[in-house]
Design a protein around this ligand. Structure first.
Ligand SMILES: O=C(O)CCc1cccc(O)c1
Length: 543
């Protein structure tokens, strides 16, 4: 169960002013005035303070809670934020949910997203991109969901963790770094101490400001009216495409399913639009008139958002890290905003596991920015590239873009770039997402490999290991809990051949997978495995 809010000794504040720029940086990166010795982490309120309880903060809290770390979450709102924002996640995120034991609950509220289409202004299909490829994670490629329902599922998972304490109405107004820990001051004057803090507090992150972390604006800007709609009970099913972009230069728009019972429309603001006028229900119904009317559906929300493309200069400063929108913001055209944040949580999760256990030095956390930032930049750039096509308002150029899409002869490959660092250089699969195989267990069942093996670094091999390799594996099993499994003819039978085919196609016999499901490296023969494990040891700053 979630612990009740613990009374925190109110300490005299040196500053209640928060992050007013005129007062200079609040964030002190050099260790000063240690009050709690770094060697006494139990005296701190938490191992990790998470600021913000959206899906990224929730996912990180659950990942850390599953591993038994002590977590305090501070959310400045008084309750959860009940509006839908994100509406799509992909197979990799479902695999992360699987690791939290909530995949079945998530499947109940999410539905597979099967098609992404571009339409012309009259509604005719210009281009159709099926989303039904065999995704490596062993789940459907893409899902739609209604965000408050996903947050319910994540919140229930967090509440099962006895080491996680969630506080609402807890705005962090000051954040200081000491030797080996951080001190956060809340608006009510109370203080939370933790070894690390993570700002998962959204695009206007207080933590980012308190740490004086700058941002880079990658230049995309567009105001869009976002409208969420729920059909009234008993009305005929709405005939709305799964996800589509209407390439209409007079008013670009998006529409699609959000989940079983919700639909979303987005309309770009064009010259002369007044945002206050556009959100009036009568005006919204006028815009929705070609598809749905007030007799059939109710408006859940209508709001004008500015879509932007922004990345923080670094995702780490000392003992403070950024995740989710606090670290990066992208336009929604790829549906990757929340997924990118949950990837941050998955990477931070295993890095904290190693650092908090004392297995790796704190310098491992530098790998967080190096691994995540370039990856997120790739997603931002691709989202902007699609946005440039969607948002075209010049009729001639828009016609040309539609023609380009119409005449493309090949479907684009799924956009799944490699991470930026934290893998074995020069390796064919390193940095890419790993396959999750289905295994046939002794009792005749078929199970996903993560359910059999649990979370952690994993060596999958198609050949039985020799004594030298076994010794190298045992060494890392001791240090970081590495698991190894022989799959296929020489070991645990695979249902289908996803893993075997993937490795054979790459010309390798083994793959070493990080706990966030990215490939660390591969081995072409058994004799290469000890070297690969040595490379992992070096890259993790093991102590
Ligand atoms: O990927 C999806 O299914 C939704 C992507 C998307 C595209 C355009 C606007 C938007 O809000 C989401």
């Amino acid at each position: 169960m979630c612990r009740a809010v613990r009374p925190v000794a109110a300490r005299r504040l040196r500053s209640r002013a928060g992050f007013r720029q005129s007062e200079g940086p609040r964030y002190v990166s050099l260790p000063t005035e240690p009050r709690t010795p770094a060697s006494a982490p139990d005296a701190l309120d938490a191992d990790v303070l998470i600021v913000g309880y959206g899906p990224v903060g929730q996912s990180l809290a659950a990942l850390l809670g599953v591993a038994g770390h002590r977590v305090t979450v501070c959310e400045r709102r008084l309750t959860r934020y009940e509006t839908p924002r994100a509406g799509h996640f992909d197979h990799e995120i479902m695999r992360i949910f699987q690791s939290l034991g909530i995949a079945d609950d998530v499947r109940r509220i999410a539905e597979p997203a099967r098609l992404y289409e571009f339409l012309d202004p009259d509604g005719a299909v210009v281009s159709r991109l099926p989303r039904e490829w065999t995704a490596p994670s062993g789940w459907d490629a893409s899902y739609h969901f209604y965000q408050p329902e996903l947050e319910d599922v994540l919140d229930s998972a967090v509440h099962k963790m006895s080491t996680v304490d969630v506080r609402f109405g807890a705005a962090v107004v000051d954040l200081r770094q000491k030797a080996g820990y951080v001190v956060a001051t809340l608006a009510d004057g109370s203080v939370v101490t933790a070894r690390y803090a993570v700002g998962a507090d959204g695009a206007n992150s207080a933590v980012r400001a308190l740490c004086d972390i700058g941002t880079e604006d990658l230049g995309f800007r567009g105001d869009w009216l976002v409208v969420d709609v729920r059909p009234r009970p008993g009305t005929p099913a709405l005939d709305i495409p799964d996800t589509c972009q209407v390439l209409n230069p007079a008013r670009p728009n998006h529409m699609g399913r959000v989940a079983q019972r919700y639909f979303r429309w987005e309309f770009m603001l064009v010259d002369g639009d007044d945002p206050r006028e556009l959100v009036r229900p009568e005006r919204v119904w006028e815009l929705l008139e070609p598809w749905v009317g007030p007799q059939d559906a109710e408006l859940i929300r209508q709001t004008v958002y500015e879509f932007r493309s922004i990345v923080a200069d670094t995702f780490r400063r000392g003992s403070v890290l950024l995740a989710g929108d606090a670290a990066h913001v992208m336009p929604p055209f790829l549906g990757q905003g929340m997924s990118s944040g949950i990837r941050d949580a998955a990477t931070l999760g295993w890095m904290f596991d190693l650092v908090l256990a004392g297995a790796a030095g704190p310098e491992l956390l530098d790998l967080y920015t190096a691994s995540r930032r370039p990856h997120v930049l790739d997603y931002i750039e691709e989202s902007v590239r699609i946005g440039t096509v969607v948002c075209e308002t010049d009729p001639v150029r828009a016609a040309q873009r539609r023609e380009d899409l119409r005449s493309a002869t090949e479907l684009p490959a799924p956009f799944e770039p490699p991470i930026g660092a934290g893998f074995h250089d020069g390796d064919p699969l390193a940095g890419h997402l790993a396959v999750q195989p289905l295994l046939r267990t002794n009792d005749g069942k078929t199970e996903r490999s993560d359910d059999v093996l649990g979370r952690g670094f994993t060596l999958f091999s198609l050949l039985d290991l020799d004594p030298v390799t076994r010794a190298a594996v045992a060494d890392l099993e001791q240090a970081i809990g590495l698991r190894s499994i022989v799959v296929g003819e020489a070991g645990v039978p695979e249902e289908g051949a996803a893993l075997s085919d993937w490795l054979k196609e790459a010309g390798v016999v083994a793959v070493l997978v990080r706990p966030d499901f990215y490939v660390f490296g591969t081995a072409q023969g058994l004799s290469a495995i000890p070297g690969l494990l040595g490379s992992l040891r070096a890259s993790l700053s093991l102590v």
